[in-house]
Design a protein around this ligand. Structure first.
Ligand SMILES: [Zn+2]
Length: 196
């Protein structure tokens, strides 16, 4: 194994090498490494993916994934799949759903969704929530923790992602990595939280 770890810059796509020993001392944390070509910062999480030379968040042209990491929030590594918790609100009671590896559709339960195998059916009177509102894709990472990628399914009222850095509405085809503790707003009124 090389004593240098190669990290590809998200800004200029050039590779830079960093000391494996120095990175290992920051294992598990999220740090900014400076690109040796363009001098811009790349925020990376020091984990097995990174150390093996895989880029943790790689823009693949047509399949961009946005990762927001709050500075104040610890990046919780979990070796079991998190659950999806629906927060109680005016139109919705508290509910919890198991996630599983792969793609799942999240939306309002309706009589005509019985044929959809991989749907998380939220029981709600919130009609701002679409029946196929958003998608969460769960994949197992090289370090045996899980990655959760959120996208909007052209919902009528949008999917809003919130974390310590603020809140944003997902664009069409945008994919965002969500982490344990993050909250996602469906439509205007209902919130779901990824948690253990
Ligand atoms: Zn660069």
């Amino acid at each position: 194994m090389s004593n240098q770890v190669v990290i590809k810059c998200k800004h200029c796509s050039k590779n830079s090498e960093y000391s494996r020993v120095k990175l290992a001392m920051m294992w598990g944390s999220t740090v900014d490494v400076t690109c040796k070509t363009c001098k811009k910062a790349n925020r990376v999480t020091v984990n097995a993916d990174l150390m093996s030379g895989k880029i943790p968040v790689e823009d693949k042209g047509t399949d961009p994934i946005t990762e927001f990491l709050g500075k104040d929030k610890p990046n919780i590594q979990s070796y079991q799949i998190a659950k999806l918790h629906v927060l109680a609100s005016e139109n919705t009671s508290a509910q919890s759903f198991e996630l599983k590896e792969g793609e799942q559709i999240v939306g309002r339960q309706s009589a005509d969704d019985i044929g959809i195998v991989n749907k998380i059916r939220i029981i709600t009177n919130d009609t701002k929530m679409s029946r196929s509102h958003c998608q969460i894709t769960v994949t197992k990472k090289a370090d045996n923790s899980y990655r959760y990628v959120l996208s909007d399914l052209e919902s009528a009222n949008g999917t809003h992602f919130q974390n310590a850095l603020g809140s944003k509405k997902l664009e069409l085809n945008e994919k965002v990595v969500i982490q344990v503790g993050d909250i996602v707003g469906l439509g205007y009124r209902t919130q779901i939280k990824l948690d253990i």
